[in-house]
Write a protein that binds this ligand. Structure first.
Ligand SMILES: Cc1cc2nc3c(=O)[nH]c(=O)nc-3n(C[C@H](O)[C@H](O)[C@H](O)COP(=O)(O)O)c2cc1C
Length: 190
């Protein structure tokens, strides 16, 4: 698939069929993550591939409680209605974690040291685009309490959980959200 087609057609899927991802495809997807740029080429990402139904269920239970807490604080109705069912429907969750010490020279700049997280975000985007090119649907998921999610998924304390990619095959038709005109978001200094 052409890179520009993948960029335009990737979308966030929140309803999955109970259908496994072929092992060969999953390996290709993880390999794509590993080709992302990273600070000092440290490749700080660690991919925790969660297939275990009990772990997925525990994460969903945690997120549902958390959503009610957020609703109580924010009053946002969408949060109270948000369904975390996809966490158990999808065959695979890829938790992307990294050691904050695996960052670049940015660690010596006050209030920075975020290069490890940016690197993980680049890996996540690669994972999502490669998935799309292989016909696998994904969601970038971050609506969890990090210490609780790490505990549930067995991610060691010294790693930061940057985000989770939900991956599988959609049960819904593709839904593409519009984008703002890029000219409105661009400043050119000549
Ligand atoms: C850092 C980040 C965190 C996100 N967290 C969530 C999330 O927790 N739950 C969710 O449903 N979508 C989440 N998303 C997906 C966005 O809602 C989605 O990308 C956006 O609405 C644009 O839709 P599209 O991906 O279908 O083009 C996240 C996206 C990013 C980049």
């Amino acid at each position: 698939m052409d890179i520009f087609a993948a960029l335009r057609q990737r979308w966030s899927c929140r309803n999955y069929k109970s259908l496994d991802i072929e092992e060969e495809k999953l390996m290709k997807i993880l390999e794509a993550g590993g080709w992302a740029p990273s600070v000092m080429n440290l490749q700080p990402w660690r991919f925790y591939v969660i297939k275990n139904p009990a772990l997925k269920q525990q994460l969903k239970d945690h997120c549902e409680v958390l959503a009610q807490t957020i609703f109580a604080k924010s009053g946002w109705k969408w949060v109270s209605k948000y369904s975390f069912e996809f966490l158990v429907q999808a065959p695979v969750l890829i938790a992307v974690a990294a050691d904050p010490k695996d960052t670049g020279a940015d660690q010596f700049i006050k209030e920075q040291g975020t290069g490890y997280a940016y690197s993980c975000c680049a890996a996540i985007q690669n994972i999502m685009l490669a998935s799309h090119a292989l016909g696998v649907d994904t969601l970038w998921f971050s609506l969890y309490d990090t210490p609780a999610a790490k505990e549930i998924l067995g991610i060691p304390p010294h790693l930061d959980l940057v985000s989770i990619v939900v991956a599988g095959y959609s049960a819904d038709p593709e839904k593409h959200l519009p984008r703002k005109p890029i000219a409105d978001l661009t400043v050119i200094k000549e």
